[in-house]
Design a protein around this ligand. Structure first.
Ligand code: FAD
Length: 456
């Protein structure tokens, strides 16, 4: 009886524990991806994410077809779709790599129990995180709320397993053409790509989704950029960070592959240590989400519920989204984001600080815009990053830390190259005055924060 391998945020064939288990089992394989826009609690993907998903799925389908398996595409409520596929093919086993969001876990747990009751072998594997969230605990058994001791505990735990090799040949039900196998949707019918207007030109210029391109970028980063990473990572005018975030988001690379490739290339160097600790922030964000599934909607620190977000002035939010605030580094960042679907970490922090502290707009509004426009938008890192900047999150920047966009620009874009690239009209009459006074709004934000402190 065939093995069903359910692909989710792990769009790769290398280091894929669920696929590996199916190969070991030795029966024909049915590979499936489900576009689930129906299950309760599943957050609908943003526009940029849908674009990435389309291309990454096309690439995965090619990689599987070359090995003899067709990727079956289905849409609908995931639990129902998988159960019906299992019946159709008479599957004997179902394998997947774990997900860590609240709604996703509920779906997976219920499905696992139901299929096991029906006599199937069902296994889930660790594929997307280096350390399973329930294994990293403080001395008193609680989850960590501060990054440094969290990462220390991770480094003291067993080293993440070595990556599994990509299978070279697979035995698929119905063969690579799928004739005689289960029916599949046509990817083009899913409408994941924009039509009119086609806003994805900048994404196409910037990115090549897929596992092969992800490995190329990893090798290139280690070879060319890792040496400058520790000292240069904050510079927005230079490109020394890895740009692997969408690869990890969609699982074109596993963190295990990144971990071991980095160690093999440069163990013991400052660059490797710093880079892997950034990958550690990704782990931390996911562990926080695991223990606090409402991360995207609720303040992690409940006392922030008392924060008096003033009435939203819609034109201010629009000016921020479009990169027309009159604050050059914020505008440069927001235009880069719209164009290319990605944003340097430092500029994410500055833009988020400006929205929440100078415009006094609720972090959830900014988080939603990033969710829609980032190709790496993920369920954990995005709300985690926003709450970190807003001051309401785990191990957050203290509220009174309001980024000064002008000082940040002098420090991290010293020759003005980054701003010139994205805001060519800066310095001419065409560029607007700042929509708010930075100093006055900073003082107002600090006064508003007093309300939070008073509510403690
Ligand atoms: P590198 O510096 O090369 O880091 C390597 C990898 O480590 C990254 O690819 C990423 O997977 C991980 N990483 C690095 N920094 C962080 C961090 N602070 N938090 C979590 N993971 C990190 N990252 C996302 O992957 N998805 C998001 O939706 C996201 N939203 C963010 C929102 C805000 C407001 C902020 C301040 C940060 C956000 N980040 C998010 C974190 C970070 O900005 C990006 O991971 C990073 O800029 C990606 O660039 P890179 O791959 O070149 O990073």
């Amino acid at each position: 009886a065939p093995s069903v391998v359910w692909f989710r945020d792990d769009l790769r064939v290398g280091d894929h524990p669920a696929l590996h288990a199916a190969v070991e089992r030795g029966e024909p394989i049915v590979a499936v991806y489900v576009l689930d826009e129906e299950s309760t609690g599943i957050r609908p993907l943003g526009g940029a994410a849908r674009w990435w998903l389309h291309h990454s799925l096309a690439s995965l389908a090619d990689d599987l077809r070359e090995r003899g398996v067709r990727l079956v595409l289905r849409r609908g409520e995931a639990g129902r779709v998988i159960r019906s596929l299992v019946d159709e093919v008479g599957a004997g086993a179902v394998y997947w790599n774990r997900r860590y969001g609240g709604a996703e876990r509920e779906i997976d747990t219920a499905l696992k129990a139901g299929l096991r009751d029906a006599g199937l072998e069902v296994e889930s594997f660790a594929g997307s995180l280096l350390f399973e969230p329930w294994t990293i605990r403080t001395g008193s058994g609680t989850p960590f709320s501060v990054f440094t001791p969290f990462w220390k505990a991770c480094l003291a735990a067993d080293e993440p397993r070595r990556p599994l090799p990509a299978p070279s040949e697979l035995d698929g039900v119905g063969g690579p053409s799928g004739r005689g196998g289960p029916a599949s949707d046509d990817l083009d019918d899913w409408g994941l790509l924009p039509t009119a207007p086609d806003w994805a030109g900048g994404l196409r210029e910037t990115w090549e989704p897929g596992e092969a391109a992800a490995h190329r970028r990893l090798r290139e980063f280690l070879r060319d950029d890792l040496v400058d990473y520790a000292t240069g990572r904050d510079r927005m005018d230079r490109q020394v960070t890895s740009r692997l975030s969408p690869r990890l988001r969609w699982g074109e690379l596993s963190p295990h592959q990144v971990w071991h490739a980095t160690r093999e290339h440069a163990a013991g160097t400052e660059g490797a240590r710093k880079f892997l600790s950034e990958v550690g922030w990704r782990e931390f964000a996911w562990h926080v989400l695991f223990h606090f599934p409402d991360l995207a909607t609720k303040n992690w620190r409940a006392e922030f519920d008392a924060f008096p977000w003033p009435h939203l002035h819609p034109s201010a939010l629009t000016a921020w989204e479009r990169g027309r605030t009159g604050v050059p580094v914020v505008d440069a960042g927001m235009r880069e984001l719209w164009h290319s679907g990605v944003l340097h970490n430092r500029v994410r922090m500055i833009a988020a600080s400006f929205l929440t502290k100078n415009l006094l707009i609720d972090w959830r509004r900014g988080e939603q815009w990033f969710w829609d426009t980032l190709v790496d938008a993920d369920h954990a890192s995005n709300p985690f990053g926003w709450q970190w900047v807003a001051g309401s999150g785990a191990d957050a920047a203290p509220y009174f830390r309001v980024f000064n966009p002008e000082l940040q620009r002098e420090k991290f874009d010293p020759d003005g190259e980054y701003v010139r690239r994205w805001v060519p009209e800066y310095g001419t009459d065409d560029y607007p005055e700042p929509i708010v006074d930075l100093k006055a709004t900073r003082d107002a934000a600090l006064a508003a924060y007093e309300r939070v402190k008073a509510s403690r």
